[in-house]
Design a protein. Structure first.
Length: 282
């Protein structure tokens, strides 16, 4: 309930001026290493699914646990699955079904009516026809129903106070323009991908970029490393979370300096990370 516990002047401030903890590849906590490769992975890795699994798991905590520690921004990547009518979260491999995860989020919101989540549907893979979009949009609008905050000309009036007064708890950002005014398009968010393999470079860019972050949109600081092929080949017996542990430590140290972040995401988010981000507000 950390949003509900903020002082009133922060509840009256736009969401883009708050410090909000988020998770990168939020649903890559449970991947099926025995299933097919996801569309975001090269077919050449088919014989090496164990390696793909080790380097695709980004979170240890399932969604409900992420919500409970305070995560409020979710980076969502979705694709249809061969021989299935359902949509699934993906990262190298297929993860949990979209509907079950969204229902978990809705259940959390039912029990915490003052909390607000930002759902960023930013990677929609193999959405080759309108049917996939209709299915996903229908799922979002039916599961969250009256909780969705309609798209507005600006984010200036999207405050916790205004959202709470209308019982709105979900900002849903959608990769492609849609006529449905319950979904916000990607013009309302900026999330620069650093694409670095060195933690010192990531911290340097995070510090530089935060100085010029826009004031009129949501801004995501990506505290993540991106493994390249050489990294993975050199770490066949390792995994993504171990490789990034050093960066996470540096991110924590940076957060102690109370940087002017809006949304910040990491892999392997935990209670310490969420607490440090939330503390920036206080």
């Amino acid at each position: 309930n950390w949003m509900n516990e903020l002082p009133q002047h922060l509840k009256d401030a736009p969401l883009m001026s708050l410090a909000i903890p988020g998770s990168h590849d939020s649903c890559a906590f449970n991947l099926n290493k025995n299933g097919p490769l996801a569309p975001d992975e090269s077919k050449y890795f088919e014989p090496f699914k164990g390696v793909v699994y080790n380097w695709s798991i980004t979170q240890e905590l399932p969604i409900m646990d992420q919500l409970n520690i305070g995560i409020r921004y979710f980076d969502l990547r979705i694709a249809p699955k061969p021989d299935s009518e359902d949509l699934y979260f993906v990262h190298g491999l297929y993860g949990p079904a979209v509907q079950s995860v969204l229902e978990n989020i809705n259940q959390f919101l039912n029990y915490h009516p003052s909390e607000v989540v930002i759902l960023d549907f930013n990677h929609l893979l193999e959405f080759k026809d309108e049917a996939c979009h209709r299915k996903l949009i229908g799922m979002i609008t039916s599961i969250f129903a009256g909780k969705l905050c309609p798209r507005q000309p600006t984010l200036a009036n999207v405050t916790l106070t205004n959202l709470n007064n209308k019982s709105q708890q979900v900002i849903a950002l959608y990769k492609y323009p849609v006529p449905n005014n319950l979904l916000w398009n990607q013009l309302y968010i900026k999330s620069p991908w650093l694409n670095k393999q060195n933690s010192t470079e990531v911290i340097k860019l995070l510090k530089e970029n935060i100085k010029n972050k826009p004031s009129d949109v949501l801004y995501v600081s990506q505290g993540i490393l991106t493994p390249d092929t050489m990294t993975i080949v050199g770490g066949l017996c390792s995994n993504l979370l171990n490789w990034e542990a050093g960066l996470n430590h540096k991110v924590m140290t940076w957060l102690d300096s109370k940087p002017d972040v809006n949304i910040i995401i990491i892999d392997d988010c935990n209670q310490e990370f969420a607490d440090k981000v939330i503390a920036i507000n206080k």
